[in-house]
Design a protein around this ligand. Structure first.
Ligand SMILES: NC(=O)c1ccc[n+]([C@@H]2O[C@H](COP(=O)([O-])OP(=O)(O)OC[C@H]3O[C@@H](n4cnc5c(N)ncnc54)[C@H](OP(=O)(O)O)[C@@H]3O)[C@@H](O)[C@H]2O)c1
Length: 245
């Protein structure tokens, strides 16, 4: 008899990096609770394709992570459907500039709520189930959690909070649950685009002279969950060496 598939809850999984994390973990045999907020069509398309490939392996969930009640609901719905939870990937994020002089409390609170509070509340809600399975949490932080980005003080502060949450929970949830992070540099540009000159300048500042790929991020997440058995409280900088310059 084959063992039941392990279950991972991935936030912001409909598109971009989150969708690739979903495809990579599904290919590795995992069942997926896939969360989206607005991208329900993309989530359904991805979920349908993966469900066709392996029936019974997908649960699609919708929630606004700026609502603090959503964390308990997502974990509850995942456990009600699959009966177990082995890993949590906090990938969802909001990202917008907050130039000094124009920073509102609402903008600060929104960036903190999605990038830091939601991962903390999700981890708290998932902790008992993850402890039963000796599971893992992976948080997607950012190169800019440790290196400031102009006009993005609130976003950088929120990702820095998530980096500390990674370490604090690694301590609190050990020895049963490992908690680590991936801090990407430039992987995918925001969808509103970026001037070509700025892209070229950024690649010139990157020792490996290119952007990272969604596959590289997803593989780092998979490695932290499946293989990094003596690693906790760590952040993998997936940034082509930008902090070296
Ligand atoms: N892209 C990069 O180059 C890069 C660089 C550094 C760090 N990262 C980090 O890597 C992760 C993935 O990056 P990405 O560019 O793929 O992310 P993204 O496209 O900016 O966001 C991922 C998802 O987060 C969800 N989200 C946003 N606000 C939400 C809310 N209030 N409630 C629930 N979900 C919400 C959105 O879901 P819906 O579409 O369903 O609304 C979105 O698809 C993020 O944590 C990001 O900060 C990325």
């Amino acid at each position: 008899m084959t063992a039941p598939a392990r279950v991972v809850l991935i936030t912001g999984a409909a598109r971009r990096i989150g969708a690739q994390i979903a495809r990579t973990l599904h290919a590795a045999g995992w069942s997926l609770a896939l969360h989206a907020h607005h991208s329900s069509d993309a989530l359904n398309t991805l979920g349908f394709a993966l469900e066709q490939a392996r029936p019974g392996s997908i649960l699609a969930l919708q929630a606004d992570l700026s609502d603090p009640a959503s964390a308990e609901e997502l974990v509850h719905d995942t456990l009600a459907h699959f009966g177990r939870l082995d890993a949590l990937v906090n990938n969802a994020s909001n990202f917008f500039p907050t130039p000094l002089g124009q920073i509102s409390a609402a903008a600060f609170d929104s960036l903190m709520a999605v990038n830091a509070r939601a991962p903390l509340l999700l981890s708290q809600a998932a902790a008992p189930a993850l402890q039963r399975q000796h599971g893992a949490i992976v948080n997607l932080t950012d190169l800019h959690a440790t290196t400031p980005k102009r006009e993005h003080a609130a976003y950088c502060a929120a990702k820095a909070a998530l980096a500390m949450i990674t370490q604090a929970l690694a301590l609190e949830l050990a020895p049963q649950v490992r908690v680590n992070a991936v801090a990407p540099g430039a992987i995918l540009w925001p969808e509103e685009g970026k001037p070509e000159a700025a892209r070229l300048a950024l690649m010139q500042r990157t020792p490996l002279a290119r952007l990272g790929t969604v596959e590289e991020v997803a593989e780092a997440v998979r490695w932290l969950i499946e293989d990094a058995s003596y690693l906790t409280g760590q952040t993998l900088g997936l940034d082509g060496g930008r902090p070296l310059t």
